[in-house]
Design a protein around this ligand. Structure first.
Ligand SMILES: Nc1ncnc2c1ncn2[C@@H]1O[C@H](COP(=O)(O)OP(=O)(O)OP(=O)(O)O)[C@@H](O)[C@H]1O
Length: 190
């Protein structure tokens, strides 16, 4: 313990602590020797060693217990991992799936036109409008060649967006004389 004075006391070399700042009249640079005793050559050497190691990226001079990341060398400029020869080559990815070919749809249309089975033909048999239809709604949206033979078309009763609706009467069969509504849609609008 010493008395705190504004002037540095020359008698304050006490308690055997080597690292206390002691201005030395003989020493040319007293400030430099604050942390290292001037007469201790080994300590100076060891400290220089510490700095040299720290510069090499092995250890911090201030935290000797701290060791940097093992990947530290990857970020140094001298690292072989950063050389362009070892860099990952650029890859150009192709599209995972090519866009669908329009030829597929064209083929499907041609198959429908020239194929053996016409979908509409299978769904709407001709000349069956009167058979078993009864009073139910006939949903066969296809012009029958025998339409004129089976129905007697009357006056127009209404108009829609696509066509017009007419009165019609059955000519033959069980439903002869029964009135129905027939919706006529021009081919151009189908
Ligand atoms: N079974 C029916 N009995 C009496 N009138 C009908 C019958 N069906 C249709 N109509 C008359 O005909 C008009 C037109 O009928 P349509 O079914 O063509 O109309 P829409 O469905 O609006 O037309 P679109 O389907 O072309 O848009 C109707 O507004 C209605 O007055």
């Amino acid at each position: 313990m010493g008395i705190c004075t504004s002037k540095p006391s020359t008698e304050s070399n006490v308690s055997g602590n080597d690292e206390i700042a002691i201005p030395d009249k003989d020493n040319a640079n007293p400030v430099k020797d604050v942390a290292k005793p001037a007469d201790n050559g080994e300590a100076l050497e060891s400290q220089q060693k510490k700095f040299a190691e720290a510069e090499a990226g092995k250890r911090s001079p201030f935290f000797p217990f701290y060791s940097p990341s093992p990947a530290h060398y990857l970020f140094s400029k001298k690292s072989p991992a950063r050389s362009p020869a070892n860099a990952t080559p650029r890859r150009f990815f192709k599209r995972p799936f090519p866009p669908p070919s329009p030829a597929k749809h064209i083929r499907a249309v041609l198959a429908r036109r020239h194929g053996s089975v016409k979908p509409n033909e299978a769904a709407i048999p001709e000349g069956n409008e009167t058979e078993g239809g009864g009073a139910g709604l006939d949903k066969s949206f296809w012009f029958s060649k025998h339409f004129g033979n089976n129905y007697e078309i009357g006056e127009e009763i209404g108009r829609g967006h696509f066509g017009y609706t007419c009165k019609a009467k059955f000519k033959k069969g069980e439903l002869k004389g029964q009135e129905v509504a027939v919706k006529v849609i021009p081919k151009a609008k189908v």
